[in-house]
Design a protein around this ligand. Structure first.
Ligand SMILES: [Zn+2]
Length: 128
């Protein structure tokens, strides 16, 4: 059993961080990395913030998750603008890579981007 935080050879983010797999790196800290998602951008300038150590999701590494959110906030503040910061735990919650990561999604008025928790059926219901 690998130790907590140890790189996993089967993890695409660990391969970027520890094995030189190709990625467009936007910023590096000693404990985290910001990259451009490969092929999965939901908007232009969508970024991912991820810890250097392997943690599956925010529930398995809450302190690591807080650090990653801090790094994402530092980067978003430096870049300016308005953002969503999103992270997921589990397939049903839209997690597709099981190495903790936060999505930094730039937002603009009228961008038409629906958040993952939009619920079309509920939006059809009349307000009570
Ligand atoms: Zn990993």
């Amino acid at each position: 059993m690998p130790s907590p935080g140890a790189p996993r050879p089967d993890c695409p983010f660990c391969r970027i961080i520890h094995a030189g797999a190709p990625a467009k790196i936007i910023h590096e800290w000693h404990d985290a990395l910001a990259i451009v998602p490969r092929g999965g951008e939901c908007t232009e300038d969508h970024l991912l913030a991820l810890p250097c150590g392997h943690v599956v999701d925010f529930t398995t590494g809450p302190v690591v998750s807080a650090t990653v959110q801090l790094r994402a906030a530092e980067l978003a503040q430096r870049l300016g603008g308005q953002w969503n910061y999103l992270t997921s735990c589990g397939l049903d919650a839209t997690q597709t890579v099981f190495h903790l990561h936060g999505h930094l999604v730039p937002r603009a008025a009228g961008d038409g981007l629906a958040l993952p928790w939009s619920h079309a059926a509920r939006e059809q219901e009349p307000a009570r």
